[in-house]
Design a protein around this ligand. Structure first.
Ligand code: GLP
Length: 241
């Protein structure tokens, strides 16, 4: 694990964006695994700046997002489809057909999840997987569990995740109780993993992921076994290391 600590969240975001930019310079047709949540927003902002400056291009990039809420329309203000459009896709030259986000409204969620796994494999796997981390150590929506789930799957959200994510919704009652999430297998098969964590409320999860045992109750701890994982942290998130 490579731990990078910066004074401010924006710097962690800029540094993560540079890793992604370097990936695109090395391999313009990279398969990117993308993440939502507030932590990656500075990364997307920096990538847009690099794109507008003509430094990087997304014209050959293929992307697979990590997760989506079950039952939420892609145009819903809190959907991860919409988040990605607003934070990145509407501002860069991604080809619409190269963008993939799990379908939380599929009639057969399990079949759609299996098809998502197969599509990633057919694309050659993920070159660089971007991750945030939940306060309970989740990555994507791989919630604390007695084991690591390999494939894309439907999952019940924990009370802690529902509470943490209520800030995006009108009320806690409107937070979906389930999500579709990429499993641990494609994340671990990604050639490079870049995880961003900022703020004091992530310090405990970061400590458990980095210093604790590899334990499915802290799903991010599996990244200790990844050969090229980068944790991009600000001082607050790194405070307990
Ligand atoms: C959600 C997402 C995760 C994300 C986490 C942290 O639960 N499914 O992918 O990492 O939130 O979000 P934030 O960065 O807003 O703290």
């Amino acid at each position: 694990m490579n731990i990078h600590v910066y004074d401010r969240p924006e710097q962690a975001g800029q540094a993560a964006a540079l890793l992604i930019a370097a990936q695109l310079l090395r391999k313009p047709h990279s398969v990117l695994g993308l993440a939502t949540g507030s932590s990656p927003i500075p990364i997307y902002r920096s990538l847009i700046v690099l794109y507008q400056a003509g430094v990087i291009s997304f014209d050959r990039v293929v992307s697979y997002n990590l997760d989506e809420y079950v039952g939420i329309d892609p145009d819903h203000v809190c959907s991860y489809h919409r988040f990605m459009r607003e934070q990145l896709f509407d501002h860069v030259n991604m080809r619409p057909e190269a963008i993939h986000v799990p379908d939380g409204k599929a009639a057969d969620l399990a079949a759609a999840a299996s098809a998502y796994d197969r599509a990633i494999e057919t694309a050659g796997g993920i070159d660089l997987q971007l991750l945030g981390i939940g306060r309970n150590g989740h990555i994507g929506f791989n919630e604390p569990n007695s084991h690591f789930v390999g494939g894309c799957h439907v999952t019940d959200l924990t009370a802690s995740t529902i509470e943490a994510n209520q800030r995006f919704f009108d009320s806690i009652d409107n937070v979906p109780r389930q999500a579709v999430s990429l499993g641990i297998t494609p994340i671990m098969r990604a050639k490079t993993v870049v995880l961003i964590a900022t703020g004091a409320d992530k310090a405990q999860a970061v400590k458990a992921a980095v210093r604790g045992p590899v334990d499915p109750r802290v799903q991010a701890s599996i990244l200790q076994a990844h050969p090229d994982a980068h944790f991009m942290l600000d001082q607050e998130a790194a405070a307990l290391l």
